[in-house]
Ligand binder design. Structure first.
Ligand SMILES: [Zn+2]
Ligand SMILES: [Zn+2]
Length: 260
């Protein structure tokens, strides 16, 4: 059994739950501890059973609930050294610096660096019994070496942050627009579509895509889905026939998906 659920996803908070027959982990806890506990209960899971939390980077939409959770539960905390150093967690003994793959009873967690405006922002590749789940949000563009790593994915959680036109026309100040659209910002809907198409074409084993980390102001779920479907269609890939595409909610949990 290899399962995935997005508890919440978006510029206001991110939290992924992954479960195998032997281990349960969270990647990022960018919402309050109370909401993490409640979100897990809603899908029939318990915070007590979480073995480890991996932190992708220091932005609060990825770390908000960690301090309170760490006071109440006994999980291990994994992240890059500079990320762990800036976390406000009393017990340093529970922290593990992530500088190579971690094997959690058969669940292999590998990390890769993403171009983003926080030190050492990570994405993750999780392998369990021949199946691969990759998670990449908070990236200005998809680097070739990351692409290389996640090409064999069966299940992909990928940022589709914004529609470029909405950003350009929108109310944000010029500097913030530049940040979002820049190489250390976030991936647009169209760029996400191109990444998905490239991954699918390489091995034709990508079966499920969860579009994640949507901007509240510069995107909406139907637009993200339509933009991605359009790019895929141009490449001869049909959503529904070749793969399924869903959009992760900003304030509610997705279902618990079994990775087959
Ligand atoms: Zn970020
Ligand atoms: Zn973020």
């Amino acid at each position: 059994m290899f399962e995935y659920c997005s508890l919440v996803s978006g510029s206001s908070g991110n939290c992924h739950f992954i479960k195998t027959s032997q281990a349960s982990i969270l990647i990022d806890v960018g919402i309050s501890a109370r909401r993490v506990v409640k979100g897990l209960e809603e899908i029939g899971e318990s915070m007590e059973d979480v073995d480890a939390i991996f932190i992708s980077h220091i932005h609060t939409d990825h770390t908000r609930g960690l301090e309170v959770l760490a006071k109440n539960y006994g999980f291990m905390i994994y992240g890059r050294e500079e990320t762990l150093e800036s976390l406000n967690v009393a017990s340093k003994r529970r922290m593990r610096v992530l500088n190579g793959p971690v094997d959690l009873e058969g669940l292999l967690v590998e990390s890769f660096e993403l171009p983003h405006d926080a030190p050492s922002t990570l994405g993750f590749k999780l392998s369990y019994e021949e199946k691969i789940l990759s998670i990449a949000t908070d990236l200005g563009y998809m680097p070739d070496e990351v692409m290389e790593m996640i090409l064999p994915s069966d299940f992909l959680v990928l940022e589709a942050n914004h529609d470029e036109e909405l950003v350009r026309m929108g109310p944000y100040p010029y500097s913030l627009k530049r940040r979002i659209l820049g190489e250390l910002g976030h991936l647009s809907n169209e760029a996400a579509g191109r990444v998905i198409s490239q991954i699918y074409k390489e091995h034709e084993r990508l079966r499920f895509v969860m579009l994640a980390h949507l901007s509240e102001k510069n995107n909406y779920p139907e637009l993200a889905r339509m933009s991605v479907e359009k790019v895929l269609k141009e490449e001869g890939i049909k959503v529904g026939r070749d793969m399924l595409v869903e959009v992760a909610g900003r304030d509610h949990a997705s279902g618990l998906y079994r990775i087959l």
